[in-house]
Design a protein around this ligand. Structure first.
Ligand code: HEM
Ligand SMILES: [Cu+2]
Length: 540
């Protein structure tokens, strides 16, 4: 049965008498909830990118231009808060994970559909509070997204509301994680053994454990900052006998694992895409599945590599530096296995594969520069310089961002039943890749030359690199607009995609596009692995 559902629109169609907005914001269908997340995330990405573009415009030339220093501080704070907490952390797990997890394991929904909807409402509440914090109180938060004490306790800007917002977002993330762990344990279709799980599901599983175990620490820590501001307890504020290093430990015990909440699902996406476009079973399935868990575990032990210059003991610096290098091993295993899967594959260069290759390239640059920061000696030189800004944009934008774009190009035809223009998609990929590298590569050089991050003004000797970087941001913006416009147009009036346009072997491709409300006409029985392409045809 090909493209059976597009006319009936599957889960996108409203049930008789229950149409309109309410049937979306009150829906417990995991696919609808996933799309609600996706809409919010794309909107927040737009807001965050505009802020980033303005920051870049300000930095194009030295001196006081465009915005004042206080506004600049508020803008990089909001850019960071929006991009981290409202875009990248929920991006793949909460939107595509929600849509795909039940489909990939052959379930009708997640374990707790109402809790799932509640998570989304918490996300909306957190997002609204974060945005309201800009316009209320005595000024937009200006601490940076890390809310470091003692400044975050003493500044008169609206930090209390911002930390409340982030705490609420944390609860949303914890509940999603709980839901996913339970779903994967309990709702797998007959025959869906642990070694037949698609690798995207494995990555969601590892991510969910981090969400459940690490996120409460962020909630508690930021609640304590709030309490300090209101009650002046003196836990963190050295002026009251508190310990600012304690804050940094608590903050990074969450926030380092959080970078794996951001990147593991993207790695899962890449692991699902590469075999399809190489038409080969994934090389080293068990190693990739296991390395997700290993990254989640080892990644929870390395938080203090953010604090090498904070005055910790030398022993602590040594230990955390060593542990940091260990995380590189499971990450490298994945990269090697993806490349081995491509080797001698029958490769079709479709947009999802291009974005995946972009991920591997950008993530490798980000990962290797991460080792520069992981070794304590070199980190002292690059700490708090633009090198860091370059590094994390390569990892989270070049990595997670491109992973998300790969996933959108891979799965939107399934979710909406229609195909975008592939030529435009490929063109937008190349423009995005060029823009990203022109935007972020100069930052490595600027950082090595000593340009500090988060400074409003800079010496003229940095002007050349800053200018290049700003031009890169314009190229990137053109590519992003082109990509989103193409996807939107495809969803609205692209040609019908069919049930399995890429010839993939995971379960979601066996149901119609878009899938019906309860996913499968009859409960699927799984008899083979997720990357076994025997007898699976490509559509064109
Ligand atoms: C349109 C693309 C983007 C541009 C032009 C851009 C630009 C910038 C600039 C200029 C800064 C400030 C650096 C400073 O003065 O310290 C910054 C910081 C930051 N950006 Fe981006 N960025 C973009 C996309 C992203 C994305 C997609 C993410 C998340 C994945 C992200 C996360 C961050 C974070 C966490 C900071 C640190 C804020 C801080 O220093 O507190 N950015 N970005
Ligand atoms: Cu870290």
């Amino acid at each position: 049965m090909d493209h059976g559902n597009v006319d009936g629109l599957g889960f996108l169609a409203s049930a008789p008498g229950r149409g309109g907005l309410l049937s979306w914001i009150g829906s417990t269908d995991h696919k609808r909830i996933g799309l609600l997340y996706m809409g919010c995330i794309v909107f927040m990405f737009f807001c965050g990118s505009i802020l980033g573009m303005i920051l870049r415009l300000k930095l194009m030339t030295p001196g006081s231009t465009l915005v004042g220093p206080q506004t600049y501080n508020a803008m990089f704070t909001l850019h960071g808060v929006i991009m981290i907490f409202l875009v990248v952390i929920p991006s793949i797990p909460a939107s595509l994970g929600n849509i795909l997890l039940p489909l990939q394991i052959g379930a009708e929904d997640v374990s707790f559909p109402r809790l799932n909807l509640f998570s989304w409402w918490l996300y909306v509440l957190g997002a609204v509070l974060a945005l309201v914090s800009i316009f209320t109180g005595t000024g937009a938060p200006d601490t940076g997204w890390t809310f470091y004490v003692p400044f975050s306790e003493r500044t008169t800007t609206n930090v209390s509301m911002a930390v409340t917002a982030v705490t609420i977002l944390g609860f949303s993330s914890i509940l999603t994680g709980l839901n996913f762990v339970t779903t994967i344990h309990r709702l797998r279709a007959p025959g869906m053994t642990w070694t037949r799980l698609p690798l995207f599901v494995w990555s969601l599983y590892a991510t969910a454990w981090i969400q459940v175990l690490a996120t409460p620490i962020l909630g508690i820590t930021l609640a304590l900052v709030f309490a300090e501001r209101v009650l002046h307890l003196g836990l963190f504020d050295p002026g009251r006998g508190g310990d600012p290093l304690l804050y940094q430990h608590l903050f990074w015990i969450y926030s380092h694992p959080a970078v794996y909440i951001m990147v593991l699902p993207a790695m899962g996406v890449i692991s699902d895409i590469i075999p399809v476009f190489a038409r080969k079973n994934i090389f080293g399935y068990k190693m990739i599945a296991f390395s997700s868990l290993a990254i989640a575990f080892a990644g929870s032990l390395v938080w203090a590599h953010h604090m090498f210059t904070s005055g910790m003991s030398d022993t602590a610096v040594l230990v955390f530096s060593f542990l940091t290098f260990i995380v590189a091993i499971p990450s490298a295993i994945k990269v090697f296995n993806w490349v081995s899967t491509l080797y001698k594959g029958s490769i079709s260069v479709d947009p999802p594969l291009l974005f995946s290759l972009g991920f591997i390239f950008m993530f490798s640059v980000g990962g290797l520069t991460g080792l520069v920061q992981g070794s304590a000696g070199t980190d002292i030189h690059v700490h708090d310089t633009y090198f860091i800004v370059g590094h994390f944009h390569y990892v989270i934008f070049g990595g997670t961002g491109l992973g998300l774009f790969a996933a959108l190009h891979f799965w939107l035809p399934k979710i909406f039943g229609r195909m975008y223009d592939k030529t435009v998609a490929k063109l937008s990929f190349w423009i995005i890749l060029a823009g990203m590298n022109l935007l972020y590569f100069p930052m490595f050089i600027l950082g090595l030359e000593g340009l500090p991050r988060r400074y409003y003004d800079y010496l003229p000797k940095y002007a050349h690199g800053q200018m290049l970087s700003t031009v890169g941001s314009w190229i990137l913006a053109v590519g992003l607009v082109m990509m989103f416009a193409n996807l939107y147009r495809g969803i609205r009036r692209g040609p019908l995609a069919g049930d399995n346009p890429w010839g993939a072997a995971t379960l979601e491709w066996t149901t119609s596009s878009p899938p019906p409300a309860d996913n499968f006409a009859t409960e699927p029985v799984v008899t083979r692995g997720p990357y076994d392409f025997r007898g699976v045809a490509r559509r064109d």
